[in-house]
Design a protein around this ligand. Sequence first.
Ligand SMILES: Cc1cc2nc3c(=O)[nH]c(=O)nc-3n(C[C@H](O)[C@H](O)[C@H](O)COP(=O)(O)OP(=O)(O)OC[C@H]3O[C@@H](n4cnc5c(N)ncnc54)[C@H](O)[C@@H]3O)c2cc1C
Length: 725
Amino acid sequence: MHHCVTVNGSSLLFCEVIPRSTYGWCPGERYCSDSQGFTAQRDLVDARPRSYNGRRTPSRYRALLRMRKAKRRPVESSNRATDSPDTLFSKIDAQKTAVKRSSSSAATIVWLRGRGDLRIHDNPLLLQAQRLNEPLFIMFTWSSADADKNYGFGEAQRVFLFSAVDALNRALNMRFQQVIHYVRLSDDAGLEEYLQLFHFLEASLSARTLLMARRYEPPLLQLDMELECTLTKQRKWKVYTHNMHLLHEPWTVAYDGDATSSAGHFGTLLPFWQAWQRNADLPPEPAAAPSTLPPAAALERCEPRTPACCEKPPPLAGDAFVDRTTRCAPFQFVTSLVETGLHPVRPGTKRWDTVLLGSWAVDEERVRAFLRDFLEHRLPLYEKNKSRADLEVVSRLSPYLALGMLSAREVFHATRAASRRLAASKRSKTFERRLIWRDLAYWTLYMFPEAVTTPIRSHYASQEWNEDPRLLAAWQRGSTGYPIIDAGMRQLWQTGWMPQNIRMAAASFLVEYLNIHWIHGLQWFHRTLIDLDIAINAMMWQNAGRTGLDMWNFVIHPETSARSSDPTGAYVRKWLPELAQLPNAYIHAPWKAPESVLSSAGVQLGATYPQRIIADLGAARKQSQAAVLEMRSRSMPQFFNADGYDRIRVPVLKAVSLPHERFQQTATADNTVWRHVFTRREFREAPFATHLPHETEACDRQEAQLLPKDSTRAMQGKSDAQAAA
Ligand SMILES: Cc1cc2nc3c(=O)[nH]c(=O)nc-3n(C[C@H](O)[C@H](O)[C@H](O)COP(=O)(O)OP(=O)(O)OC[C@H]3O[C@@H](n4cnc5c(N)ncnc54)[C@H](O)[C@@H]3O)c2cc1C
């Protein structure tokens, strides 16, 4: 059920979802069994004076809850490692007025996590906080678990995240006199620790309302739902979660393979796009920034981790998740973002982050100006030149979309509006499709939660790969001897970004020519991309690795593709200055250059620039192809349909408005069907397990009921990765 709000007169700006407790269902019911006990306990807690961990605090931090005066100087940014707690809090204290806490001044918590929520414009959390008009406590938490190697932020992205949070802190301060409170959590922070944190905020600020953006990575989604459930059911919080990241959320798009579409194979972009359009209205228009925010709620502080602060955690009878006898709270409110441990560069080590950040804006106003610049100057050139790495035509918005410094809905609507002003010949279909491709990535991850680590085509798990670490290292470092691949990998290392077609060329090279498992590519991108997006990265690597819902119907040749993506050679010259003097004829194939040309360009192969790590691309390709065929020849027959297409099991689920409802569906029914997915002709035509035992026939029958007779044939040979690329 949605409660829709009209802001600024007539237009419908956003819809909020009512608190979850209304639905009466939570995952993991074990967390919800003793709500009576918790209600009684909460009353006890409320009766105590609040401070860190329920204790009275030293006199210099005495006031219990502070609010800001309506007009005062902005607080200086707290994100400085040099601020001691004393200095910082006295600065803040000097600009706040203590207010008496009463039940009517319960605080609202806005919890930022860097997953789609780091902005002021089109931010439903801030807009809702504005309407609630309770003292506001904005919080950013960090734990090493947030840097998890599968679902967390990668190293390069952490640098960017650090700057983005810092910039948002400054912007909130300038505009609304709010600061972000930083919390450092223990290394393996999980549900219990978060519950302790919220329990503490409840005790310290009378907080009972939590606003947060939805996360979609499977373990994070699960954690958020459990947290929300426990807080709402056991502790009577109101928890509001909002979509801040996607055009449409995955559970709202009913797509299990379109029986009537001949647009393309299951799981590829075009049929998903059709389902996406059919199932939902256009994404809501973006909302403006809030005009004001309520006054800040401030915490009573004590020195973190000192005996005064934590020698005695609150005595909560029946509270399973607080160790009442021995432990200091595992979280700390720290006074600077540096102290959270978010920044990956340790003091005294080489500052590799400076170059990385040099290429990107971090404050929201500049990011928005960057979007406007794209719409005005580059969108008209996009359709024709989107594959040109030597021209700056694509939007380069991905790092901002990944962290939510820019709203995808705003980009979607702003692009539509800008396109309407363009002559028909200059409009781009592809740009909008790419934003929907982003939704497809999240839908894929939602349907196949293991996709970050495991082949979606499960039989491909047994394929043999090349394990040579020297080849992998050469690819990672950009020293394969193929200029377009090396230029891309060096751009990635230095700036955290590459254009799409160069990413595809690099991925294709790793999988098709080096025959190295795509998971190594995914992990390297995870570590080095500034625009890391768990869902997109997984989808693209699965597709490149031939194990995804789509399978690229092409292999990208590193020399011939370079001639179309970088015809002037400017891209290679920029990232490989050692080749800059080579003439165009040889810039993408220095091994073909006569010795005289190499020497007058100052190039010595094997010394100034590497020799090719594999010289016979044709033979290398045959080897990786043979590995796939060999795997298919020993896979169980139910993994293929009669025409040789790979087959996978797909959950069939109704579209619902909330993730909880979808989980309910999966929890109650064995609702999967077999679906065939696009498979390259070269694999289909080779021998595969064809005898049809009982189970395979059943699969065929099941699929035949879902697809019209001729649709398999109609779709043969179509892979639409290219349609959007
Ligand atoms: C192996 C591989 C891994 C990738 N990993 C990521 C990743 O971790 N994060 C990421 O944002 N993109 C990833 N991409 C997709 C794509 O390369 C980038 O989104 C794009 O290059 C970003 O540049 P841009 O903002 O100028 O894109 P534009 O062409 O201007 O597109 C606009 C936006 O559309 C979205 N988009 C574009 N291409 C795709 C796509 N293939 N799938 C889903 N959404 C898309 C992005 O949000 C992008 O910012 C990957 C591609 C490959 C081949």
